[in-house]
Write a protein that binds this ligand. Structure first.
Ligand SMILES: O=C(O)[C@@H](CO)OP(=O)(O)O
Ligand SMILES: [Mg+2]
Length: 433
């Protein structure tokens, strides 16, 4: 008698639905079910300060529903066209699956089916396959040496497009470079967060939070925000720089207009050279270990100027300028645009392409920061991705909202699971040999 074996990792069904993200907007959640019954589920995040060259997030645009932000078309693509190509494929073949998704879409920016439709399938398939092999996602994707916990960059002051305050810079973060473990890093961050709340309140500021859960006080300048953060670190009993470093994401593309950086909150305009000089001053005056998007995505000369000026002593991470796109990153590496790349899976649309970007950065000796979006869900995939890739750094918001703490909590669990073999390298991950 001939018996036919069907791999247990064959995809049996693909479904999707609209769920809510942390801003109260709809986003795509996808389920991938395998022949052995393993279910992978992934919810797609969404940005507010998006790079111009990001893969396209498909929104319905009907102003009468969800204020135009509906994802019904993307959901329909998942359960229709995409499912018809993906069902029957082996979820173990992630690269093949992702190539098939990209080919099915057929556009360079994934605008036909939507990166939100494709990414949910890509991530859910990986999670289902991990489940079929009875492996945690970080182990399935990263193997036995995936045991480096990331340095967390915790966002404690929000501005820019993520808050309704006058701060021009979007994010002020703390990174516990002197912690001994990931769990300790989270405790240190939480302590500083609560000191900052008391300090802001004592100074008469509101302590409401922005999109990523950091406080959104009515401060005007980066110096004011950095002063509050440094004082909170000290008053908690830590040494700024040695125990906790500072990280900023000005999200500079957001206020670069006609060749000038327009600081609306501060009420000044700076030329690219003045903006770079201002950042260099802040980097020298405060224990700033990393700046993301210091210059705008269209100001490559500015990027090169700043990299030449401070790139030897500060991590300069490209977000909008690279959009997690391996080709854009290669060009940046070749031409001296920064020394680090931010990786957001939804900027490129498939897991395989995001992993290629990480590998290219690492081969060049560049650092990688795994990142959330300002619109998030309870999905914790990026926590596992940070460990799987061994990238050593993660940026996933404040210490106070479930959409952000879900990722920190997942990393606490992974650290516990790894036990003795878990490593946390503190500030050493900010450089690569
Ligand atoms: O600029 C950023 O780095 C991100 C995440 O912090 O914001 P958004 O998701 O709005 O692009
Ligand atoms: Mg950014």
């Amino acid at each position: 008698m001939v018996s036919q074996t069907v791999a247990s990792t064959v995809i049996q069904s693909v479904t999707a639905r609209a769920v809510l993200d942390s801003r109260g907007n709809p986003t795509v959640e996808t389920d991938v079910l395998l022949a052995d019954g393993s279910l992978g589920r992934a919810a797609v995040p969404s940005g507010a300060s998006t790079g111009a060259r990001e893969a396209v997030e498909l929104r319905d645009g009907d102003p009468g529903r969800w204020h135009g932000k509906g994802v019904d078309r993307a959901v329909g693509h998942v359960s229709g066209e995409i499912a018809s190509v993906v069902v029957g494929r082996d979820a173990d073949d992630q690269a093949g699956l992702d190539a098939a998704l990209a080919a099915l879409d057929g556009t360079a920016d994934k605008s036909r089916l939507g990166a939100n439709a494709l990414l949910g399938v890509s991530l859910a398939a990986a999670k289902a396959a991990a489940g079929a092999h009875r492996l945690p996602l970080h182990r399935y994707l990263g193997g036995v040496d995936a045991r480096l916990l990331p340095l967390p960059m915790m966002n404690i002051v929000n501005g820019g497009a993520h808050a309704d305050n006058p701060l021009d810079f979007q994010e002020f973060m703390i990174a516990p470079v002197g912690a001994g473990t990931f769990a300790e890093a989270v405790r240190m961050g939480s302590e500083v967060f609560h000191t900052l709340r008391r300090d802001l309140r004592a100074a008469g500021h509101a302590t409401g939070v922005g999109d990523e859960g950091g406080f959104a006080p009515a401060l005007r300048t980066a110096r004011e925000a950095l002063d509050f953060v440094v004082r909170a670190i000290e008053r908690t009993g830590y040494r700024p720089g040695e125990d906790i470093g500072l990280v900023m994401d000005p999200a500079s593309s957001e206020f670069f207009r006609d060749g000038v950086y327009v600081y609306a909150g501060e009420g000044v305009r700076r030329t690219p050279s003045e903006h770079a000089a201002h950042l260099a001053e802040l980097i020298d005056a405060y224990p700033v270990v990393s700046v993301e998007d210091p210059m705008a995505e269209d100001d490559l000369d500015g990027w090169r100027e700043l990299t030449a000026r401070v790139g030897d002593r500060c991590q300069l991470t490209g977000d909008d300028v690279f959009c997690t796109d391996e080709k854009l990153l290669r060009e940046g590496i070749r031409t001296g645009v920064g020394n680090s790349v931010l990786v957001k899976v939804n900027q490129i649309g498939t897991l395989t392409e995001a992993l290629a970007t990480v590998a290219t950065a690492h081969r060049a000796g560049w650092t990688v920061v795994m990142s959330h979006r300002s619109g998030e869900t309870e999905d914790t995939t990026i926590a596992d991705l940070a460990v799987a890739t061994g990238c050593g750094q993660i940026k996933t918001g404040s210490l106070s909202r479930s959409d952000r703490t879900a990722k920190y909590n997942q990393l606490i669990r992974i650290e516990e699971e790894l036990g003795e073999s878990a490593r946390y390298a503190g500030g050493a991950v900010l450089r690569r040999p």
